[in-house]
Design a protein around this ligand. Structure first.
Ligand SMILES: *[C@@H]1O[C@H](CO)[C@@H](O)[C@H](O)[C@H]1NC(C)=O
Length: 85
């Protein structure tokens, strides 16, 4: 019985380790592509174009919702991260 309990405990540990070992930087980069609504294969100019479109929609001057300000910050951050000047 005790051996069986230990086995389950080990299995739980293994699953946790697998989840924690996900490469985090890659994941956040993919989120930026999603935020900017472009494919990971998009070129700099495609990213800039999509950014301008989204920035116009979510700019705090144009969109008064608090959500929009947060989204605007995210797309600005994403563009900064993905486009190399
Ligand atoms: C303003 O932002 C909200 C969400 O933050 C969005 O759903 C809405 O479409 C935006 N409004 C305009 C006019 O684009």
């Amino acid at each position: 019985m005790a051996a069986l309990g230990a086995f389950h405990w080990m299995q739980t540990c293994m699953i946790l380790l697998l989840c924690l070992s996900e490469p985090l930087p890659a994941a956040s980069q993919n989120n930026y592509y999603e935020t900017l609504n472009v494919e990971p294969t998009a070129t700099d100019s495609q990213i800039k174009k999509s950014f301008r479109k989204l920035a116009m929609k979510y700019h705090p001057d144009k969109n008064k919702s608090t959500d929009a300000e947060k989204t605007f910050r995210e797309i600005a951050e994403g563009k900064h991260f993905l486009v190399n000047f």
